[in-house]
Ligand binder design. Structure first.
Ligand code: DMJ
Length: 538
């Protein structure tokens, strides 16, 4: 017997006062979720992912990842029939699985997904299951930094099998939102304290300019190697600095400090300008902060515009007219967010299918190399000013940026190259996430339009009769398909599409913080009783 605890928001989650165009768009996104989840139910129910081409399923950790990632999305979109099936499965799910389960992946997807479902529905099963899993995961926290995997059945932690057992920096530092919220709802300080200790040790390391190598050694507690990037293995370290600051209602200033230091580091060392159109991009430093600057940018980096905008405005709407109320630093961050969101959108718009590849190499304008790095953004923003764009827009509704008036309307890749094996599209969420956040923050319709054109490309090229599928190469028409529907498609990409067009008081950004798998958790301050037992950093 399934009992539903309906989320006791004062407003229904789907309101009816949307503009007809947005109602029609949200309806189409809901249909995409239904098509994804019902195909998964038909061919792969209980498996981690749907293989839509072969009409079967595959396992990674054997934890029904698509069910768990899809539960809160089904709730948010009001799809109670799907939610009921997910809940029924979760009630009897078992964590006693063999094999190596990656601590980061199952924390962000499973612990995060369950906690989000708990806070939305108030059904205790989700909290109970989240805690059951987190209790097993604690075995990974006995070294200086967590080991990368756990055999859940044997309750044994396992180091990575490569790179001397190194863990990814992003993985070790992207558990905090989930574990801290778990302490808040269970009253047990252990989860909070374990992940806070990780941050305490991490902040004690030397991190010039707030930028960090993408590996760390869990045994010695030292950072490993020199590769600095905001893409794979680095990304959510920066995201969770900002979001930890937001999660506890800005009461832990250490996270603001560290986050701002990192943003300054990004400005100084990682920004470049493309040619011919002058898009701003985030490159990599494969050899520390030395001379080598690579123009490689993973699609994963496209989380950054959303995070910058969120932190600069504390999740509140700031129209163009209100921008003068922001501090200089926040204003610059919001401008940087908007520039980078445009570049991420171009990574879609300039490809033949309209779907971004996994990696691009930007064609750097000579100015990127000539200028001392701290000046890249200033130069770029100088360009903005001299291109006479500061007078418009004043209503925040339209994109009247004249710099891009003559942008080639064809899908020609002029500003970046895509290497032979990098053209795949994995249904990833990061750009849509940033467009959603930027729409909510600025109110500019352009972000909805950009998002809609991306959604239409997914409909055209990734949708098949039995679900949605990744592409082997988004540069070919028709694009060859890869047989996988990633669980983050339902957990993140479709949720962000929906929220981009939905009523703006669904999950407001000043009251909810989305974990890196798009599972919304509430902003909270720990209760007094618990507070006394929690480790706070200064
Ligand atoms: C998701 O699991 C999360 O968004 C993570 O932070 C990065 N990779 C995927 C989506 O691209």
């Amino acid at each position: 017997m399934i009992a539903f605890y309906i989320y006791n928001r004062p407003q229904p989650i789907v309101k009816q006062d949307l503009q007809p165009i947005d109602r029609s768009r949200t309806n189409k996104v809901v249909q995409a979720l239904r098509h994804s989840m019902l195909s998964y139910e038909k061919y792969a129910w209980g498996k981690d992912e749907l293989l839509p081409l072969s009409q079967t399923g595959s396992d990674w950790f054997t934890l029904g990842l698509t069910i768990i990632d899809g539960t809160d999305t089904s709730f948010v979109m009001g799809q109670t029939d799907i939610l009921a099936k997910c809940q029924e499965w979760i009630e009897t799910m078992s964590f006693a699985q063999e094999g190596n389960s990656n601590v980061f992946e199952i924390t962000i997807r499973v612990v995060g997904g369950l906690l989000s479902a708990f806070q939305l529905t108030h059904h205790p099963i989700y909290k109970q299951k989240a805690q059951e899993l987190a209790d097993i995961l604690l075995v990974a926290f006995e070294t200086h930094f967590p080991l990368s995997s756990v055999n859940l059945k044997e309750r044994k932690a396992i180091a990575a099998h490569f790179n001397n057992g190194a863990s990814s920096t992003a993985e070790a530092t992207t558990l905090q939102l989930e574990f801290k919220y778990l302490s808040h709802v269970t009253g047990n300080p252990i989860y909070w304290n374990k992940v806070q200790e990780i941050m305490q040790r991490f902040f004690a390391l030397d991190r010039p300019s707030g930028l960090v190598p993408v590996f760390l050694n869990p045994y010695s507690g030292q950072l490993q190697g020199n590769e600095i990037r905001l893409g794979s293995r680095g990304d959510s370290y920066y995201e969770y600095l900002a979001k930890q600051w937001i999660q506890t209602n800005f009461t832990e200033p250490v996270f603001e400090r560290e986050y701002r230091k990192s943003v300054e580091g990004i400005r100084r060392h990682l920004l470049g300008i493309s040619q011919p159109h002058g898009f701003l991009f985030v490159g990599e430093r494969p050899n520390g902060l030395g001379d080598i600057f690579s123009t490689k940018m993973d699609h994963l980096v496209c989380f950054l515009p959303g995070t910058l905008a969120l932190a600069a405005t504390r999740g509140k709407r700031v129209t163009t007219k209100d921008r003068h109320k922001l501090s200089k630093q926040d204003l610059r961050d919001l401008e940087l967010a908007e520039e980078l969101a445009r570049s991420c959108y171009e990574m879609y718009r300039q490809t033949p299918t309209g779907l971004a590849s996994e990696i691009v190499f930007w064609n750097a304008s000579p100015v990127t190399k000539r200028l001392p790095t701290p000046s890249v953004l200033d130069y770029h923003q100088g360009l903005v000013e001299t291109a006479d764009t500061r007078s418009v827009p004043d209503d925040g509704e339209t994109d009247q940026d004249t710099r891009f008036k003559y942008l080639n309307p064809d899908r020609q890749m002029l500003d970046f190259e895509i290497h032979t094996y990098d053209g795949h599209n994995l249904l990833r969420p990061e750009t849509v996430e940033s467009l959603f956040v930027l729409y909510r923050i600025t109110g500019k319709q352009q972000y909805r339009e950009w998002g809609w054109s991306i959604f239409e490309s997914f409909e055209k090229y990734s949708k098949i009769e039995s679900g949605y599928t990744c592409l082997v190469n988004g540069l070919m028409i028709p694009p060859p398909k890869r047989d996988k529907m990633e669980s983050f498609w339902v957990g993140e990409t479709l949720k962000y599409f929906y929220l981009l067009f939905a009523d703006e008081d669904v999950l407001p950004l000043d009251r909810f913080v989305f974990n890196t798998e798009a599972h919304p958790l509430p902003v909270f301050e720990p209760k007094e009783e618990l507070k006394k037992q929690l480790l706070f950093l200064s």
